[in-house]
Design a protein around this ligand. Structure first.
Ligand SMILES: [Zn+2]
Length: 327
């Protein structure tokens, strides 16, 4: 597994522009990403790659003078930048398959996700981000939530400021140098829940703490624990609108709807226990419209794939609905 330190620069809107964009897209955009900078480290914490991309904004196209003064990025640079959908895809390719994201502070990944949602592209794959500032606080300051600046941590850890700050690549590079001086693997392992976005997060069948584990995926998907019939927010009935979609690895997802709270994703993840059985982690999150669209598309693709497949009788599973697969 690789570590990717990520830093973004984003443009802020002039007030009138912000209001008109908000009206147009029906959502509040806190800023628009104009540079993505990232550095890749391997498990030995050696730097093995870097990434920098200037992004052309679509909503806040006029560069705010404060942003220009702070970052040195010019109007002409962003005018000739790469549109976010392509930039996000190339960044995804840079990240590869097995990685976690490290950012300094909690803001970068939510900002990128918000931007991607405004472009109606899926940002699920960013769901592996860890705030290195929090890891730093725990390991260096006894857990005090002091929100130290990157510059502060660099000085405390003896990292010399050799390049200008407020450039996404430089800041990602310095974040990488700080990460090299922390116990990152341990920090990620002991991180606890990332963010507060889970409306429900429960684990069942954890044999490692003495519960009875499940035999396998089929038993898990058929179990009452894999379903969710009430909304954890309002307590009202929760309708499952679609079949369970099988995602990458042992990850299953279904879209649910609460009349009061809207669309929610029920995500099931299956993990092996040490005794060879399995446990289930069940999560509910608010489903954003872009992710719903992607989900529906995958569901259609999976249905089309099933139709193309020659029919085979499987007596043993007669009457059982097999989960649809995607990816
Ligand atoms: Zn509800």
């Amino acid at each position: 597994m690789n570590y990717i330190t990520l830093d973004l620069e984003w443009n802020q809107a002039y007030l009138q522009q912000a209001l008109s964009v908000q009206k147009r897209i029906g959502a509040h955009l806190h800023g628009e990403v104009i540079q993505i900078g990232a550095v890749k480290l391997n498990e030995e914490m050696q730097i093995i790659g870097s990434y920098s991309m200037i992004v052309k904004p679509r909503f806040f196209c006029k560069l705010h003078r404060h942003v220009r003064d702070l970052t040195g990025i010019t109007q002409s640079m962003i005018d000739h930048g790469t549109p976010l959908p392509e930039a996000a895809e190339s960044f995804r390719r840079f990240c590869g398959k097995d990685f976690v994201l490290l950012t300094w502070g909690p803001d970068d990944v939510p900002m990128l996700r918000e931007n991607m949602t405004a472009h109606k592209i899926t940002s699920e794959w960013l769901d592996c981000d860890y705030d290195l500032q929090r890891i730093y606080s725990r390991q260096r300051e006894g857990g005090a939530q002091k929100q130290r600046s990157l510059e502060f941590a660099m000085e405390a850890l003896g990292v010399e400021q050799t390049l200008p700050a407020h450039d996404a690549l430089n800041d990602a590079y310095f974040t990488a140098l700080v990460a090299q001086r922390l116990a990152v693997a341990e920090g990620v392992r002991d991180y606890g829940e990332r963010g507060e976005q889970y409306l429900l997060d429960k684990t069942y069948g954890d044999a490692d703490i003495g519960e009875r584990g499940y035999e396998g995926v089929e038993e898990i998907l058929a179990s009452p624990e894999a379903r969710q019939e009430t909304c954890p927010v309002c307590g009202g009935p929760l309708a499952t609108v679609d079949k369970v979609l099988h995602g990458r690895g042992h990850r299953y997802r279904t879209l649910c709807h609460c009349k009061t709270c809207g669309d929610l994703f029920l995500t099931l993840k299956v993990f092996p226990n040490h005794d060879g059985t399995h446990r289930l982690r069940k999560m509910l999150t608010v489903a954003d419209p872009a992710e719903c669209e992607v989900y529906r598309k995958k569901l259609e693709d999976a249905a089309a794939k099933r139709r193309r497949r020659p029919r085979r009788r499987r007596r043993s599973s007669a009457g059982k609905e097999a989960p649809a697969t995607a990816e």
